[in-house]
Ligand binder design. Structure first.
Ligand code: SF4
Length: 490
């Protein structure tokens, strides 16, 4: 059963009606429009509203994350989907609480009092209609017509009214997408997913450094490849820089989980930085393999992506003796000075199958090729790929939480796609395109090793704002790996 769209005013109904494929119900003002409280359908209320602060302008849109009225606040679980979609449609949109009052609020003091509660806009209907929807499945989009500075019942309303209506009209395709995305569905949760031991350790190192030494703590590059992790640590006093040359001499400095070339340590020492190394021990293992092979006089073929920070750092162990091989094509063409003295290592976060294919070509071309004692692709990468493969087989769609610069997250998308599923990488729920969800009744969900587990919970809650969600977890292996912390933070 798909969701229902309602508007209190006939003018609002007209603003949407001409541009929408889905039906729009005109409920009338200050009532629930006769919608049954037992109605099982998600409800979206669209219309005009008054802004409570001057940061909102006439014609701005507000998506409610919470709808407040006389009773308990009503959460709007799917609101990040709508907020993200309207932003991408180029509309000026805000995301926050909406309050419903019995009468129109116009006086500045009344608006100020409501603004002090954190609400962004006020209307006279949303909470009443939202109460008819199943828990969490109400959504509200309101277009600002008046503000504390531009009040109602002034001549300017004749201009501001059409501006707000135009914003609603422009939002219509997104509302149509919301309707098409509403349905009951199953979430197939891949396990293991999200943070690995190396990422947990790196984040904990920065947290402990902040607690022990106090802010600021400088971090060279993103501590792990995730915007949410970086923003959170920034809020707590970490300062992220591209190079150690940007860090004041003597400062506490953390080196990121992906590892660094020895030259970076030399540069840090020259600036007397108090270095704490958050390099994942499994990346450090690859560095030591490179040093071992190079010491034997071998050329080292590093299977990986040349612009990835981990590969840049690993290659930096011996730039003249390490050659990056990005995949099977390059493996078929690469040449070395002495085919009797050649070794290979791998980036830790590659797609297991493709990396093995690349290594097989190298073995065939260079029979004397030596490699690491055990695979360089780390346990976390391997396990997350196995898990996403298991859920992708029967999913209509797979959503992978992770940032665009996260190598292991990209690989999860590729593995899911190779199983025949549509698959997308998203930073968080607001990046999910509602159009992907149309007809997707079984959605696989996973997260890259650098994506916080909270993002997965948030995404599932958002999906449950579009209809009932049943979650099934597929666990392919239990993980209990922990790495010890460096002494500087213990
Ligand atoms: Fe370490 Fe693997 Fe996690 Fe990278 S993905 S930080 S190599 S455990």
């Amino acid at each position: 059963m798909t969701g229902i769209v309602t508007t209190p005013l006939r003018s609002e109904w007209l603003a949407l009606r001409g541009r929408m494929a889905a039906d729009v119900v005109h409920t009338g003002r200050s009532s629930d429009g006769g919608l049954e409280r037992t109605d099982e359908r998600p409800v979206l209320i669209a219309g005009l509203a008054g802004a409570l602060g001057n940061q909102l302008l006439p014609g701005d849109l507000v998506v409610a994350d919470e709808i407040r009225g006389d009773a308990e606040p009503i959460p709007s679980y799917a609101s990040p989907f709508l907020f993200g979609a309207l932003q991408r449609a180029g509309l000026r949109v805000h995301h926050g609480p909406i309050v419903t009052t019995p009468r129109i609020v116009d006086a500045p003091d009344d608006r100020r009092a409501l603004a002090a509660t954190g609400a962004l806009v006020v209307d006279t209907e949303s909470a009443l209609v939202a109460a008819t929807a199943p828990s969490g499945q109400a959504a509200v989009i309101r277009a600002v017509v008046d503000t504390p500075e531009h009040r109602l019942l002034r001549p300017g309303t004749l201009i501001r009214g059409p501006k707000a209506m135009w914003a609603l009209h422009r939002a219509a395709p997104v509302i149509d997408d919301w309707v098409a995305a509403t349905c009951d569905r199953e979430v197939l949760l891949a396990s293991p997913r999200s943070f690995c031991a190396g990422v947990e350790r790196a984040v904990e190192i920065v947290e402990r450094a902040l607690a022990k030494y106090g802010p600021p703590v400088y971090v060279r590059r993103q501590i792990v490849h995730n915007v949410h992790v970086v923003r959170d640590l920034e809020r707590r006093g970490a300062i992220f820089v591209a190079e150690v040359s940007e860090i004041p001499a003597g400062s506490v400095t953390v080196l990121a989980a992906h590892g660094v070339a020895p030259q970076v340590r030399t540069d840090a020492a020259a600036r007397s930085l108090r270095v704490i190394d958050a390099t994942c021990p499994l990346v450090a293992k690859v560095h030591s393999e490179v040093r071992r092979f190079v010491a034997r006089g071998n050329t080292v073929l590093l299977i990986g992506h040349s612009d990835h920070e981990e590969v840049v750092g690993t290659r930096g162990e011996a730039p003249g003796q390490v050659v990056v091989v990005s995949g099977p094509d390059e493996a078929g063409q690469v040449s070395v000075a002495d085919p009797q003295r050649v070794s290979y290592v791998m980036q830790t976060t590659l797609a297991v199958d493709e990396a093995e294919q690349t290594a097989a070509i190298l073995r065939e071309r260079f029979p004397a090729l030596t490699g690491p004692r055990s695979d360089d692709i780390c346990y976390a990468t391997t396990n997350r790929q196995l898990a996403v493969r298991a859920v992708a087989r029967t999913a209509d769609l797979v959503l992978v939480l992770g940032s665009a610069n996260s190598s292991n997250s990209h690989r999860l998308v590729e593995v899911a796609a190779a199983e025949g599923s549509r698959a997308y990488l998203v930073d968080d729920a607001s990046a999910v395109d509602l159009r992907w969800l149309r007809g997707a009744r079984r959605i696989g969900v996973t997260a890259g090793a650098s994506a916080p587990p909270q993002l997965v919970d948030d995404l599932i809650r958002c999906l449950s704002g579009l209809g009932r969600v049943a979650v099934t977890e597929t666990n392919v292996v239990d993980e209990d790996i922990r790495f010890t912390l460096p002494r500087e933070v213990t």
